[in-house]
Design a protein around this ligand. Sequence first.
Ligand SMILES: N[C@@H](CCC(=O)N[C@@H](CS)C(=O)NCC(=O)O)C(=O)O
Length: 203
Amino acid sequence: MHIIEAKGTPNGRRVRVFLAEKGIEVPAVNIDLRAGENLGAEYRAKNPFGRVPTLELDDGTCIAESVAICRYFDLLKPEPSLFGSDARTAAVIEMWNRRAELNVLMPGAQAFRNLTGFFKDRERISAEWGEISEAATAEAIGLFDAHLANHAFLAGDTFSIADITFGVSLDFFQALKLKLPFELPHLSRYRADLASRPSWAAR
Ligand SMILES: N[C@@H](CCC(=O)N[C@@H](CS)C(=O)NCC(=O)O)C(=O)O
């Protein structure tokens, strides 16, 4: 079993932080996104969407999508629970994880791709769409900050997959210097708490 990934990418880091929380080690096979290794026939046979990470099992099964990979390991090793172990907790975690993916990670990634032109050799980009996406991400982050005023973590008192999605996205966007409200007060407290977890060093 191994994970095909590209160091420095946020989706790969989501899986790596999750595995560190669980205390699970999985070997990595790194590929070069800049060189387009993820777009070649060999990789697309494993993941036709050409994105990383992909978990390749010993029986040849390939599992892509970061959350699907995390769920696989969560079922193999349920403790500590990062997806919630009762109906109410699991639903609240799912709600926040989807909010983090759909309202922060996705538009922020669009801002990154369209403002920096990092993949302009392989996709059409629009600076205007980048700006719209950046503004949408900033607006969503404000809603997260307000929620964090009264909650230690997104789903309440305990750390979950939703915090991995949200916190890893913020770290990535800050490193890229996207114009987002990183200094909001509750967000700053929350991010300091995330950074103090040993798992947060995972890349
Ligand atoms: N929904 C996927 C997204 C995967 C994704 O977009 N990965 C990025 C790196 S973080 C990628 O492979 N980019 C390469 C490209 O777009 O060519 C997941 O959750 O894993």
